[in-house]
Design a protein around this ligand. Sequence first.
Ligand code: PLP
Length: 435
Amino acid sequence: MIPREGTNLDPWYGLYADRTAGLSASEVRALFAVASRPEVVSLAGGMPFVSALPLESIRSSMERVMRDQGARALQYGSGQGTPELREHILEIMALEGVRAGVDDVVVTTGSQQALDLIAKLFLDSGDVVLAESPSYVGAMGIFRSYQAEVSHIAMDADGMIPAALVERIASLRAAGRRIKFLYLIPNFHNPAGVTLSWERRLEIIEIARREGVLIVEDNPYGLLWFDRPAPHAMRSVETDGIVYLGSFSKTLAPGFRIGWALAPHAIREKLVLAAESAILSPSAVNELVVSDYLANADWKGQIDTFRGLYRERRDALIDALEHYLPDLEWTNPNGGFYVWVTLPEGLDAKAMLPRAVKELVAYTPGTAFFADGAGRANLRLSYCYPTPNEIREGIRRLASVVRGEQELLSTFHPTGPVDLVLPAPHVISPPPNLG
Ligand SMILES: Cc1ncc(COP(=O)(O)O)c(C=O)c1O
């Protein structure tokens, strides 16, 4: 029998759990399907340039695993992940000053799953998660799906501002709100492109200790630095109050879907139970292949290759912005994948996106990275996937869109600024000439 609360579109509508109210497709999703066409320069996604990987080495690892450990690879594994892989993970984290034991690490299905498990362990409806302003869209989606509220803390070129954090903790607590953790992306922030300074890392750790706030340090990009290494991880100086997350997605390949959490003892035990309940165990095949690759291939050299490649693309993007759009503001990342752009006053990145896609360039509007509707003047540009030439062409196209918007604005508001909301469609449908 079809439940009576249903609709014509979805007969089960009335039966979904309350928490699914947070599961909404982004308004720009349909547009991104169009933006993935080859003629569009996409500066929107955060896809690593996997074509630069040593595919032969990875193939050898796959063959070796199947030849030498085929039965183990095809069986259920340990919920916490294989001991070999956890050993390798310790070696990788040591590059950023983190020391831990193999028992402290939990292998997950990407760091995205680690975020989901942490949210599942800590968040009740109405809880507050503190995060940077802006923050990673995928993390906020998870927090929302557990019915928590994200409270954004101001940041500048050195990352989150400690004084703003102190103030916010006080005001939330005065209002009777329950803060569950502070979610931070200290290195080459997604989407802001900035890095939290060492001094601020220490200050924020001190604040969190004093206030009894757990820190979730999400670090998928730390090894992808360009001109100088990022400061050591926050977890290098604080063990009890931090859950640290790492991933092979950006430094190796997202297709393996292997990430990890390093957590204080009590939290780690619960994480393993939650992971087992969610997936029984991570993919044993992928764990063994990644372990074999790390044991036999020049993985540090491969990360160096990625660094050189992304540095060149960052340079191409910044040069193109300086050349074509000198009146905009942007961050200049020292690693990672992203540049955060602020448009001239009066322009709206979300309203401008359909016109940009029509001009065959795509970006991610800033509103995606705020839980509170802010970010209309911002956009995120990713330089990880397109070639330097494509990046230059993409920015040339973007510049013509921005100029067009500015002309429109001065036509409608010749006397100048400007709290005009452009008469642009807020419900986005694919532009007609792209189908
Ligand atoms: C800041 C941040 N955290 C976590 C993730 C999830 O990565 P994965 O699940 O592939 O490890 C991403 C992916 O873009 C990210 O940018």
